[in-house]
Ligand binder design. Sequence first.
Ligand SMILES: [Zn+2]
Ligand SMILES: [Zn+2]
Length: 342
Amino acid sequence: MHSHHSHSGDYIAHGVDPLDDMILKVEKMKFHTYCLTEHIPRIESEFLYPEEIDNTDSNNGTDSLAQLQLNFSKFLEHAQRIKDLHKEGKPNIIIGTEIEACNTNHIQYAKKLLSEHKDLLKFCVGSVHHINGIPIDFDQENWDNALSSFSNKNLKQMLISYFESQYEMLQVLQPKVVGHFDLFKLFWPNDLKVNSKTGDCNVSNNDVDIITITPMTYLNAWDDIRQLVIRNLKYINSYGGAIEINTSALRKGLEEPYPSSNIGELVKQHCQGRFVLSDDAHGIAQVGVRYLDALQYITQTLQLDNMYYLKENGENRTVQLEKIPIAEFVNNEFWTLLKANK
Ligand SMILES: [Zn+2]
Ligand SMILES: [Zn+2]
């Protein structure tokens, strides 16, 4: 089995366990491939998370930003050590990084950093965590602020902004793996009332066009958003990228992984159903978390014919996507072991 996306407590503020301990769990669970993908350092202090801001930092966040740089170089060294210890491929360790597409500046910085470290960083997970510069997966308040940053709290504009940022990131970086494709669903309120014509969430009660829009209905309500999703998926298809099925959504209480099945169906139509699996673990307990539910999602909900995974070529050490027929994927002994230890 595989995970194409992970973090650890050694290198990010909200990670739980040391990377070495997580790798012990990965070995025990008999993962075939595990990718280490710590976040690229953010380079502007306005994008620091509260937990990262060093209160002794009298330098407007400069020290905290320097700490992110330091953590990232330590991560690269550590990841290489782990890789060296697993030369026999149990599991195959692939080193990458998760993109922080906070703004254009960060996307360009990622491009530079990936090329500077191309011997070490074999791929990236292309993620967007910000809309209008505001983090959408940190807490409800920030999600609400992101929505409020559009006039009349226009949900449609917010989604357009997300998919435009994603498209910019895709074009500059062509990530092999596209991370949590519909991350905005995490803090999307259940009862969000929207004017279906305008997309405004600032609505009055006598407005006749008010409906509740959810992460499962926006694509049907708004064809222009659907077209942006299709555009992005077609682009990913054109350079041969894959979409991750990311189980962190399940551990955070959502009913489906990222992406939801409405996006999943579009991936089947426009990106050849090219999916890889990721746990996005931040600690030992999150290694392979909710993978049995992911298996059901893959086989029952999306009914995929194939799954994919990244393979590092021994000769020139480039990575490429390999296809596994679904029967082979389902019959992997990983699942037997996972069920036995449930
Ligand atoms: Zn992420
Ligand atoms: Zn992540």
